[in-house]
Design a protein around this ligand. Structure first.
Ligand code: BGC
Length: 261
């Protein structure tokens, strides 16, 4: 049997009060990691996820912070270090897609807000996590990007730009810390059924339109993304760094070309 064992690993998953983040936190815990749940506003949901995890695992900590604010992020990591005594895994998952609006009509403040949460947030968290990981000479940082680090998406220019830039942050950080035994990897999900896109997949027309963009003809499950994150954070992935692993049912392989060019 090939083992995946994250026991003795301490992991923080940002935005883990719902959706992908919650599932990732649960699966890291299932693999043995001591998990920190982070939320911004959904305190009750964060507590529910922690209770769920505690059915199998004894220790789960919950932390609140607005990751787009460096002062709050510094405080968050100080608290994590004090409470958990280190950090081995950071999953930069928290993010928003923002309101769908063409660039020409967009509100610069809303555009900036998406970039602050999706790009500055992971940058601040990575910066603070590395202050812990570099001295201990080990760690893994996973950045949850999106297929939209590659695929343009009309009406979501800030989201696409944030994810594309986050992918470059992954590569640059990976280069900076590879010889400190720290790996930095992007995971780029396609359409995964979570609250962020439920308006689309819960509507039959929206679902069909979405499935037509996916060669595997189905939206993904958050468990499938969580499995990938567990693998990438484990020693089984010890030679993977500075790259993006898409998990998208084939969305990136130009499905319209199935029927000829
Ligand atoms: C978005 C989803 C969307 C998917 C595929 C993700 O990054 O969050 O809303 O369904 O990309 O377009």
């Amino acid at each position: 049997m090939i083992p995946i064992d994250l026991s003795n690993k301490k992991a923080l998953v940002t935005g883990s009060s719902s959706g992908l983040g919650a599932q990732i936190a649960k699966y890291l815990a299932k693999a043995g990691a001591q998990v920190a749940i982070h939320y911004h506003k959904e305190e009750k949901e964060a507590q529910d996820i922690a209770n769920d995890i505690m059915k199998e695992q004894t220790k789960v900590d919950i932390f609140q912070a607005d990751i787009s604010d460096i002062t709050q992020v510094e405080k968050l990591f100080k608290e994590i270090n004090e409470k958990m005594g280190g950090l081995d895994i950071l999953v930069n998952n928290a993010g928003i897609d923002g309101k769908r609006v063409y660039c020409v009509d967009s509100d610069p403040a809303e555009w900036e807000n998406v970039i602050k949460i999706n790009l500055f947030g992971p940058y601040y968290c990575a910066k603070e996590a590395l202050k812990i990981m570099i001295p201990q000479k080990s760690g893994v940082i996973i950045q949850i990007t999106s297929v939209h680090e590659f695929i343009p998406w009309s009406g979501y220019s800030a989201y696409c730009c944030s994810k594309s830039a986050l992918s470059m942050l992954t590569k640059t950080l990976a280069q900076e810390v590879a010889d400190d035994n720290i790996r930095v990897i992007s995971v780029a999900p396609g359409a995964i059924a979570t609250p962020i896109n439920e308006k689309v997949w819960k509507n039959p027309l929206g679902l069909t339109d979405l499935e037509n963009k996916i060669p595997m003809k189905r939206v993904g499950k958050s468990e499938e993304v969580a499995n990938l994150v567990v693998f990438l954070t484990s020693d089984l992935a010890s030679y993977i760094t500075g790259t993006t692993i898409p998990i998208d049912g084939g969305m990136l392989i130009y499905p319209d070309f199935r029927h000829g060019g």
